[in-house]
Design a protein around this ligand. Structure first.
Ligand code: COA
Length: 401
């Protein structure tokens, strides 16, 4: 058996590509199709990858790209978006992920990025590295035959069918408008758009290629599949950049003949269930987290977003993985924050994970305190922080990675 000590971590080269692909296919239990591999390589440049090597063999991998993410206040923050983390099943639980993450996070710190984000395969791995779930998602299944709109639901129309190729420029334009409004949503790089429009075989699972609905301020991408004698519309992405586009697109989706069920993922503040006369027609089939975050630089991250309440407090942040913790004075006036190290005593104390949880507004400080994740010296400070981190709009993941 090999210990982590015999394993070295280094930057990857083009020659490592086949081993990295093999490692990810083994780790995630899938095969990349020939239509996808080149596009994935464009999105995740090999120069950004780190590999763990044992005796000349690649046995671990992680990579990241810098993403631009909308934060509360319709501002942006630059974040390291981590992906493709896998360790060979022959080398698990010997500290290889820890070695890879130590090197990767040192690089993120050196790059001066205030935040690190990813989508997690399991919820039990990343807390130790200072991460917490930061965006929640809800998958619903709508029984189409029970779904009737309330008489108050607008019927703005304006939706057309389109092919993916002809709708591509419109989809990009609407996504960009939507993304700038929504906390947590990332700008989509050119290479990711190429993957979306290639509509690769692996993403179809047992469903059709993408169908497209367009509205001047929105679009819906969906697939059709038949399972257990039921006909399903699986919405893979619906973006409405204005309040009018939302009911317009849903009226077409819920009006489709020969469809039993519509599946979609919705944000916590999506008005859809309230548009229907039968509130049970939309059933929650999965509640989960879509994005995890770790604050890398407390003052830089906390001053990047805006707030809904004035705050004047000192927080003690504990960071056992890196050394981003310390005591910080946080002062918010009219939404704008100042944050700097201080020696004053702390009103609130917590692990750095808590800042990741609070960052986009999905979780409330009061609830985390009730769960003993925040130690409270001053309840007024907790109330102010609780109010301040909430957002007008629920955060949403822009695109999965
Ligand atoms: C998850 C994975 C990368 C872990 O790699 P690894 O080299 O075995 O992890 P390490 O030995 O470095 O473990 C680091 C720490 O995480 C813990 N850990 C690792 N995997 C864990 C898991 N699946 N569940 C809970 N804890 C886990 C270890 O116990 C260790 O804890 P400690 O350092 O606090 O004592 C690896 O199991 C894997 O490739 N899994 C399949 C693909 C996958 O899920 N990738 C993650 C994508 S987000």
């Amino acid at each position: 058996m090999t210990s982590a000590k015999s394993v070295t971590v280094r930057s990857a080269t083009e020659q490592d590509r086949p081993a990295i692909v093999g490692l990810q296919e083994t780790g995630f239990g899938m095969r990349y199709g020939a239509d996808e591999q080149g596009l994935q390589h464009e999105l995740w440049p090999v120069e950004r990858a780190l590999v763990a090597v044992d005796n000349g063999r690649v046995v671990g991998h992680t990579t990241d790209i810098t993403m631009t993410v909308t934060v509360p206040g319709q501002r942006t923050v630059r974040a390291a978006g981590v992906s493709g983390v896998a360790v060979s099943p022959t080398h698990r639980r010997r500290g290889i992920l820890r070695e890879l993450y130590t090197a990767q996070h040192a690089r993120t710190e050196a790059d001066g990025l205030p935040l690190t984000i990813f989508t997690a395969s399991e919820a039990t791995i990343y807390g130790r590295f200072g991460y917490d779930p930061t965006i929640l998602d809800t998958a619903i299944a709508i029984d189409r035959r029970r779904a009737e709109f309330r008489p108050t639901t607008p019927d703005p129309g304006g939706v057309e069918l389109a092919s993916l190729a002809e709708a591509a420029p419109h989809i990009r334009e609407v996504y960009d408008r939507w993304q700038r409004q929504v906390p947590g949503a990332q700008a989509r790089p050119e290479e990711k758009w190429a993957l979306v429009f290639a509509d690769v075989e692996r993403h179809r699972a047992a469903a059709t290629s993408l169908f497209v609905l367009v509205h001047p301020d929105g679009y819906a991408l969906y697939r059709r599949r038949y399972a257990d004698n039921r006909s399903v519309v699986a919405v893979s992405e619906l973006r409405a950049a204005t309040p009018e586009a939302h009911p317009a697109l849903w009226r077409v989706l819920l009006g489709m003949d020969l469809v039993d069920t519509i599946e979609a993922e919705i944000a916590d503040d999506d008005p859809l269930p309230y548009l229907l006369t039968d509130s049970r027609a939309a059933r929650v089939i999965r509640r989960g987290d879509s994005l995890w975050a770790r604050v890398m630089d407390v003052p830089a991250a906390l001053t990047a977003r805006t707030y809904r309440h004035d705050v004047d407090t000192v927080v003690a942040v504990h960071d056992p993985f890196r050394s981003a913790g310390g005591r910080f004075a946080l002062r918010v006036r009219d939404g704008v924050a100042e944050c700097e190290p201080t020696t004053r005593p702390a009103d609130l104390a917590f692990d750095i994970n808590v800042l990741g949880a609070l960052y986009f507004g999905a979780h409330r400080a009061g609830r985390l305190a009730a769960a003993h994740r925040i130690s409270v010296e001053d309840t007024a400070a907790l109330r102010a922080v609780d109010e301040a981190f909430t957002t007008d709009r629920a955060p949403e993941l822009g695109w999965f990675f």
